[in-house]
Design a protein around this ligand. Structure first.
Ligand code: SF4
Length: 352
């Protein structure tokens, strides 16, 4: 266990926090007591965006699709927590109508406030930990399992770390639980206490310049911190202040860079693909059947090599190695994992 963070302020369950305010309040605001208070889920956001939020610039409202994604995430949180309970976890979910807030004072000018989804204890034994619940599509779920939370969900790790300090006043293990919205599978990762502490330090280092900016300029909406991200980054393209911050980039982002393809050309491409696939289907089936016959024949003969009709036939055995990503993620910090688990992205079209 680590030392308590100075100035950590825990919330209480009888707080008058209203549900709407708890979940929908701005990403940052001034608390009237000399602090800029940042919402925990936004602690890793662009600092200029946080300044826009705190100084009352109007954010673009989320689109219908984004709202559906957000509402789906909220609606499924209890589902994940109940699944954990069935798996033997002792879970104490937040009261959905009066969630208990926690506030952590990161620097003299910066506080972070949020509402933990739940706390819980693992099956059999273990210390009570903060549980941060996320929902993701199948590809993002797989990515999280493979890369680990610190690489795939750094903001969620920071959030869980802040809640841990706010709730317990010290660094201890924190749990990220993720639901795959496609397969309805869930899994969890435990971020060890020392890496919870590192996440707090990273967040403190990230937000400290925002506090300095506040000290130097007061709550001036016109004096802006530097931009943290470039136009074209996903952070900017999903930023509710893009139009204010980079009006030109917003216009460009609405221009489609991909070449024009007519609907007719797309229909022809599907027809060509299906015809080619049909033409290949029978030969492929015949090939597979022949290979299955030969495999059974070689196994019966207990031989790995044979010659038939002038062809060399080999029974090739290969061994696959599986990586237990959960254990790997628990053992190695994010930087070390980055050297071992590398990421490659490719694009392809699937027609079914
Ligand atoms: S548009 Fe980009 S740089 Fe500007 S505030 Fe948003 S995230 Fe920051």
């Amino acid at each position: 266990m680590k030392e308590a963070i100075p100035g950590a302020i825990s919330g209480t369950t009888d707080s008058p926090a209203h549900r709407a305010d708890a979940y929908d309040r701005p990403a940052a605001r001034f608390d009237g007591q000399g602090h800029i208070d940042v919402r925990a889920s936004a602690a890793g956001s662009c600092r200029r965006a946080l300044w826009y939020a705190a100084t009352g610039h109007e954010p673009a409202p989320p689109g219908d699709e984004a709202l559906t994604v957000m509402e789906t995430g909220r609606a499924l949180e209890p589902v994940v927590l109940r699944a954990m309970q069935r798996a033997g976890w002792e879970v104490a979910p937040a009261d959905p109508d009066h969630p208990a807030p926690v506030t952590v004072q990161l620097t003299p000018e910066v506080t972070v406030t949020g509402h933990p989804d739940a706390t819980g204890t693992p099956p059999l034994f273990g210390e009570e930990a903060v549980i941060e619940v996320k929902t993701r599509g199948p590809a993002a779920f797989k990515r999280w399992q493979t890369l680990g939370a610190e690489r795939s969900h750094p903001d969620a790790v920071a959030q869980a770390a802040l809640y841990t300090y706010g709730r317990f006043g010290e660094a201890r293990d924190a749990v990220i639980a993720v639901l795959d919205t496609g397969d309805r599978a869930w899994d969890f990762e435990t971020v060890p206490a020392e890496r919870v502490e590192e996440a707090i330090e990273r967040t403190r280092a990230w937000l400290a310049p925002l506090g300095d900016h506040f000290t130097a300029n007061g709550p001036d909406p016109e004096v802006l911190p530097e931009r943290d991200f470039e136009a074209g980054s996903w952070r900017c393209s999903s930023c509710p202040f893009l139009a204010t911050c980079q009006p030109q980039a917003e216009e460009e982002s609405t221009e489609d860079p991909t070449p024009e393809v007519s609907d007719e050309e797309a229909r022809e491409a599907v027809t060509a693909y299906v015809a080619a696939r049909e033409a290949l289907r029978e030969p492929e089936q015949a090939k597979r059947q022949a290979l299955d016959t030969l495999k059974a024949w070689m196994r019966r003969k207990d031989s790995a090599k044979a010659e038939l009709k002038g062809h060399a036939i080999s029974l090739v055995r290969s061994t696959r190695y599986a990586v237990d990503h959960k254990r790997l993620n628990a053992l190695l910090d994010a930087e070390t994992r980055k050297e071992i688990v590398t990421e490659q992205t490719s694009e392809s079209i699937r027609i079914t």
